[in-house]
Structures are given as structure tokens and as C-alpha cells.
Design a protein around this ligand. Structure first.
Ligand code: MG
Length: 222
């Protein structure tokens, strides 16, 4: 377990993460790459057609676009097309975070307004929101508040940073480098899991981006 360097902790307290005068109490928690191991599920799916691709657990992803892992736009496009056809594909993604994380969120979210904000692509079956609600409930988080920013882009990416203006979150937990940058530029404090592809984000935004395991990040949620 990575320890949070003292200067980061001091930085968080200086910025008064616990400040009751924050614009709102809302905390955003991302799902894929934070709670769910999207990378393993998606790479397993695509490797069924392109066996030369190796399976990639989120904690091993070196670059966000998976180029270093041999992926091309065609691989992604094929994968997203399958996701689009598969029945409730998002429900079979395995948990990424350890059980303690889900237990902690289950306890916290009864008193802290945690919004599970996710930019999942539309799949077959039920809405991505419904699938995500059921997935979180299967992890022990009852009646989660889920907002989905769905995307039909071939690369599967979409933007949810516009939600910052609506909800003014006091804290965001997210892993996607572009999303983290967009939130950080709006002055939002972002806590980022320490995966290889998030390296350097804290240096880029020394005042409001901090890398730490999700369990540590939850200490700042409540
Ligand atoms: Mg994510």
C-alpha cells in the first residue's frame, strides 16, 4: 500500500478539503479504473478476436491509449462494437478496488452525497445507468446515485467534466488523465489512483491533483 507523502497531506489540509464552506458537499467517484477493472474485461473481449493482444489489468496499463500494449484504433472500434451489442456487458466487469473500499463507500454514502459519475458507452440490454447501479449494489453499495455520460465515440471516450459546473464537487476521484486535467483546470481537487498511466498528473497540477490508493482517497471523503 502506497503511503501518501507528508507534503501531499499537508497540501490537502492547506486547501481545506474538509472545508464546510466548499461550494457543495458533493463528491464524484468514477467507476472504471477506480472501482471496476474495465481494462481486464475489455482486453479479454478484444483478445477473443485478436489473440496477439495481451490481457491488461488496470494497474498495469502504461499509457492511456494502450499503444505501448500494441493496441490500435481498429482494436478499440471492434471492441466497442461488441460492447454495443452485448447484453448488459458492464455488469460482468470485475471489481478493481479491494473489498474494504466498497465497504467504506457503503458506509460513507449514507451521509456524504457521493455521485458515481461514469462515462460508459451504451451496451445492449438495460441502460448503462441501470447496469452500473446493479453492479454497485452487487458490491454492497445500496441505492447508489449514478450519473452516466454515455458516448458513442469509436474510441469510447466522452466528457463528463461539464458536470463540475452543475454540481461543484468538493472532491473528485477519477483516473482518466484527460478528465483529471479538465476537472483540475476548473479548480476542482482530484484524487487519482496511482496507476502507471496517471504518473505525472500530480506534478502537472501540484495544487489540486494528488495520487493515492482509493482507500486513502476515501479518508478525505468523510
Ligand atoms: Mg475511469
Amino acid at each position: 500500500m502506497t503511503r501518501i507523502p507528508a507534503e501531499q497531506l499537508i497540501g490537502l489540509h492547506r486547501r481545506r478539503v474538509y472545508n464546510r464552506n466548499a461550494p457543495s458537499d458533493v463528491v464524484f467517484c468514477d467507476v472504471d479504473g477506480v472501482l471496476a477493472d474495465f481494462s481486464s474485461a475489455f482486453s479479454e473481449l478484444v483478445a477473443s478476436k485478436f489473440p496477439e493482444l495481451s490481457l491488461t489489468h488496470t494497474s498495469e496499463v502504461r499509457d492511456w491509449y494502450w499503444k505501448e500494449h500494441g493496441w490500435t484504433a481498429q482494436h478499440f472500434a471492434w471492441g466497442w462494437r461488441q460492447v454495443g451489442k452485448a447484453e448488459n456487458w458492464w455488469e460482468q466487469v470485475k471489481p478493481l478496488a479491494p473489498p474494504e473500499v466498497f465497504a467504506r463507500i457503503a458506509a460513507l454514502h449514507t451521509t456524504v452525497p457521493i455521485i458515481f459519475a461514469t462515462a460508459r458507452t451504451i451496451s445492449g440490454g438495460d441502460s448503462t445507468q441501470m447496469q452500473t447501479i446493479r453492479w454497485l449494489e452487487a458490491q454492497g453499495i445500496e441505492r447508489p446515485l449514478v450519473i452516466t455520460r454515455t458516448s458513442r465515440a469509436a474510441n469510447g471516450h466522452s466528457d463528463k467534466s461539464d458536470l463540475a459546473e452543475i454540481f461543484q464537487p468538493r472532491l473528485v476521484i477519477d483516473d482518466a488523465p484527460d478528465t483529471v486535467r479538465k476537472f483540475a483546470r476548473k479548480g476542482v481537487t482530484v484524487l487519482v489512483p496511482p496507476w502507471p498511466y496517471t504518473e505525472g498528473l500530480d506534478k502537472e497540477f501540484p495544487n489540486n491533483v494528488y495520487r493515492m490508493p482509493v482507500l486513502d482517497a476515501l479518508r478525505f471523503v468523510g
